[in-house]
Design a protein around this ligand. Structure first.
Ligand code: ASP
Length: 358
């Protein structure tokens, strides 16, 4: 990939104490209006002019920009591999990493990176904006500046937040617990099933017990294998046999994230259950995730989920759909045994789900 690299001259008079690598992928933060009035991403060099305060921070900042910044609706597997590679390659050089990313698929990317960056011991903060940085009322400046501050924050010489997060509108959330819930207001992200890791006001108030602990000596691994032979199947009243059949007949399909109702419930009609049973028997992995933002899947609580459990559908507990589908893509490519994929799916890997085993 042909990255563009920009190094920032900070105006710090003292010796620079901290360093951050910004990965600029695109998104509204760095967009401008084209001739037709549509928002399109523009070059990072121009963004820096819009945040003069950046040069007053005592941080050495390097920016690596995607050759063509993208709207995050265009994110694909290769982009995830590139992001993970950039972090892996530069891991020892920087205190932390800030990924500037569109909000639309930010929760997917943050989830995927949390699985790919195994052994991570430094902050990787995703952020973006609802309004381009060139707009007067833009949320971009505050999101960017605070993300940088979080990326360099240390306590006793150790990073305070050694995990993949999303910082947006005063809230620091665990990346693989987040969801985009707003397309207009500034409070775009929520983490219904896990408390915020920090809130920023006049100070950044860290919620220490919720943050993953720094583990000395941990080595970052670069895991770049992903498998997208997967699908999200969202149930709705009236869904037909033909639809379900055509999903499970997709050639090469390896896994389904089944978005069920409430605490993991599905229709109990025999045709539906028979199709699910056949799918599991032929080796398809079915991962049950709730359509509700809060709460969790409890297979067996209602009669309408008891059969899913019996058939071998796996419970996603309190995982988000974004984390479920990315975890599935990751495990399908990195585990050879079906039994291991299944075991790891239902076990927390990077704080993406609560441990409900006891
Ligand atoms: N469509 C934009 C994107 O995700 C929206 C945003 O950045 O907020 O890239």
């Amino acid at each position: 990939m042909n990255y563009k690299i920009v190094r920032l001259n900070t105006a710090a008079k003292k010796e620079i104490e901290h360093s951050v690598l910004i990965i600029y992928t695109g998104g509204t933060l760095g967009m401008a209006y084209d001739a037709s009035g549509a928002l399109v991403p523009f070059n990072f060099g121009q963004i820096l002019e819009k945040v003069p305060n950046l040069t007053n921070m005592n941080i050495s900042i390097t920016v690596i920009s995607f050759p063509e910044p993208i709207d995050s609706s265009n994110i694909n597997l290769q982009h995830w591999v590139d992001m993970a590679y950039i972090i892996y390659e530069n891991y020892d050089t920087y205190d932390g990493f800030v990924v500037l990313h569109g909000t639309d698929t930010m929760a997917y990317s943050a989830s995927m990176l949390s699985f790919m960056l195994q052994g991570l011991n430094k902050p990787v903060i995703f952020t973006g904006a609802q309004l381009p940085i060139s707009e007067m009322r833009s949320d971009a400046r505050e999101n960017l500046m605070t993300s940088l501050e979080i990326a360099i924050s240390k306590s006793d010489g150790k990073p305070i937040v050694p995990e993949v997060c999303i910082f947006f509108n005063h809230m620091l959330l665990r990346g693989n617990r987040s969801k985009k819930v707003q397309s207009v207001h500034f409070d775009a992200f929520e983490s219904e099933n896990y408390p915020p890791l920090a809130e920023s006001g006049i100070i950044i108030d860290y919620n220490y017990p919720a943050i993953r602990t720094f583990e000395p000596g941990k080595q970052l691994k670069y895991m770049n294998q992903l498998n997208n032979q997967v699908v999200v199947l969202k149930l709705f009243p009236g869904i037909t046999k033909k639809v379900i059949e055509s999903f499970i007949k997709i050639k090469g399909l390896k896994g389904i994230v089944l978005e069920t109702y409430g605490s993991g419930n599905s229709p109990s009609e025999p045709w539906f259950l028979k199709l699910m049973e056949r799918a599991v028997a032929t080796g398809l992995i079915i991962f049950n995730v709730s359509q509700c933002n809060g709460g969790r899947v409890i297979q067996g609580r209602y009669q309408t989920s008891r059969d899913l459990k019996r058939i071998g559908v796996l419970s996603g507990g309190d995982i988000t759909t974004e984390a479920a589908i990315t975890k599935l893509m990751f495990l399908l490519a990195n585990e050879t045994l079906e039994s291991e994929i299944k075991r790891k799916l239902i076990t927390p890997m990077a704080g993406e789900m609560s441990d409900l085993s006891n």
